[in-house]
Design a binder for this molecule. Structure first.
Ligand code: MF3
Ligand code: CO
Length: 263
């Protein structure tokens, strides 16, 4: 069963997602050469607290393991679920995926993006561009009457036609009162599109292409969380939480442009 959010729930999703997006903006501004991923994570922790929100990642439990940082920060060949660390200093040429998931008044906002530290290689630069564009390609199909598989297909075609590969071991997801709700949203076609769920107004979906420069295969490091590419080539990740409406999709984790007077 895919949850359909009521108008009151949608309002709370908008608020949670606005906070998630605000925190991600701040992290983008702070992720610079010489800064540790721990420092970036602490900025997120403090900013979530100031907004009356909390990290949905911190202490997130899978089996007997609990996630130890407030955000996922995944550098270069790390795909997702990287753990912030005082020992990891960002260096020029790094690409850094920042994944922010907040819970606010019982509802979750989930978004991610990948940033460049200093000057990055032309291939890494293109990987980031293509991954972000693939996210927006997928969002174009977040329409009532379309299906989950339409989103998957759009992302996969966009990425693979440009010579990159989509990660198959992790997928996007419904999001709401829980971080992971139905449906799963693969970034690849795994069955006839007709057999995937039909999109309906009131669904809230985290669409999140994870794209590798080399091969799609991943493995999890001994810390139990950090997902890396098997070939050690770089990976990028972009994510928005999106509301299906009767019309165009509403990107809940996109901040409204700030009027100049308010800056
Ligand atoms: N955006 C990630 C996801 O959708 C966040 C999970 S982080 C974890 O799975 F730490 F909670 F695992
Ligand atoms: Co997610």
């Amino acid at each position: 069963m895919i949850p359909i959010k009521s108008p009151a729930e949608i309002e709370r999703m908008r608020e949670a997602c606005r906070i998630a997006a605000t925190v991600l903006e701040a992290l983008k501004a702070h992720a610079k050469e010489g800064v540790t991923t721990y420092e970036v994570d602490q900025i997120a922790r403090n900013l979530m607290f100031e907004h009356g929100a909390a990290s949905a990642c911190y202490n997130y439990q899978v089996g007997s393991r609990r996630f130890p940082s407030h955000t996922c920060i995944s550098v270069n060949e790390e795909v997702v679920h990287g753990i912030a660390s005082m020992k990891r200093t960002l260096r020029s040429g790094d690409i850094v995926a920042l994944d922010v998931v907040v819970v606010y008044q019982g509802y979750i906002g989930d978004n991610a993006c990948t940033v460049r530290i200093g000057a990055v290689s032309p291939e890494a630069d293109r990987l980031l561009k293509v991954t972000e564009e693939a996210l927006y390609e997928g969002i174009r199909y977040a329409l009532p009457g379309k299906r989950v598989g339409d989103i998957s297909q759009a992302i996969q075609r966009y990425v693979e036609s440009r010579g990159f590969s989509v990660v198959r071991d992790f997928v996007g997801h419904g999001v709401g009162r829980s971080m992971h709700e139905e449906p799963q949203i693969p970034n690849f076609v795994d069955r006839p599109i007709k057999r995937t769920a039909e999109l309906k107004p009131g669904m809230t979906l985290a669409i999140e292409p994870m794209v590798n420069l080399g091969r799609a295969d991943t493995l999890v490091l001994a810390d139990g969380w950090t997902v890396v590419t098997r070939d050690k080539k770089p990976s990028a990740h972009f994510e928005h939480t999106v509301l299906i409406t009767p019309g165009e999709p509403e990107i809940l984790t996109r901040l409204a442009p700030q009027p100049a007077a308010a800056r």
